[in-house]
Design a protein around this ligand. Sequence first.
Ligand code: GDP
Length: 367
Amino acid sequence: MQHPENNNDYKGLTVNSGVAQPPMVNPYLHNRVRRKPMPTVSELVEGILKGDVTTLSRAVTLVESFNPSHQSVAQEVIEKCLPYSGQSRRIGITGVPGAGKSTSIDVFGLHVLKQGGKLAVLAIDPSSERTKGSILGDKTRMEKLSTHPGAFIRPSPSAGSLGGVARKTRETVVLCEAAGYNNIFIETVGVGQSETAVHSMVDFFLLIQLAGTGDELQGIKRGIMEMADGIVINKADGDNIHRAQLAQAQFRSALHLFPPTMSGWTPEVLTYSGYYEIGIAEVWDMVDRYFKFVTDNGYFHERRRQQARYWMKETIDEQLRRHFYYNPEIEQLLADREAAVLANKQSSFTAARDVLDHYFAKFKTSK
Ligand code: GDP
């Protein structure tokens, strides 16, 4: 129909046709997945005991969270899972970056999974706080394992002190064991303090080494070698085989100089190739021999008892530190006193006493 305003005789107001309605600002608004409510403690425990991976992951996320309400749920879940834990072989794996940890864990993991059961791969990487992203435990580094239904790979908790990161990994071990993971690998970079933390939560500590880097024993802290239950020299393939064997002989003679181990086990030195999958079964035979040896002589349980005690003390230490240092009042006072000490206005000891006195007084009144 012709609009009246188009008629030349039309004198009235005109009406324009207007514009089409714009689409909704977010047309997908209604399709958005709603956030699931936080599961209850019993839902989490039930899911974990059933071996449900999604529930396990959620529980681990709560363990890693700094949110106090997440923390308290996590602690309850851990407590309830504890009676179902402990039934795994906990194996620590260390080596400098480039030693071939990811490649080796991929093939060691598949080897272990062929024997049945499940495998959790965890990591302790204290540097991840600095790099704002974990370099360990990244799924893409373990291609074969990451698609295996029996494997659960979790990167290192990414923030906090080494003690905090390690405690969270230790707690994750409990959850994984309750979920039926009977093999736990804990990976760490062999360059610093984190080995001690890993050593204190595993039954067997494997040190991956490389040959052909000049002085074979250079760069490895004596302490790390002393902790190792097995030393394996990777990349024993191609032209490198001879050098790997040479390194094997050197490590063997170096180990002779060390005091006898607490377990009574003599650490073995083997060569293998993670990439070409040579000697994998031999490495794992050694691990099996170790477990039989320490189970027979009772050291297996003794070490776990000592570790339980260690973790109790560590946890107290860590929580006390957090409670103290993350208190805004204390932070301020510490900064003031530090300035006074640096300006030579106060001695270190009276400054420390002032801060501690303040802390204890505050603690007394606030509780
Ligand atoms: P990570 O840093 O200790 O985790 O080491 P990666 O597993 O990432 O390995 C570092 C490099 O060494 C990669 O380029 C691997 O392909 C290579 N590599 C690992 N294992 C072997 C091996 O058995 N033989 C050879 N020739 N190369 C290997």
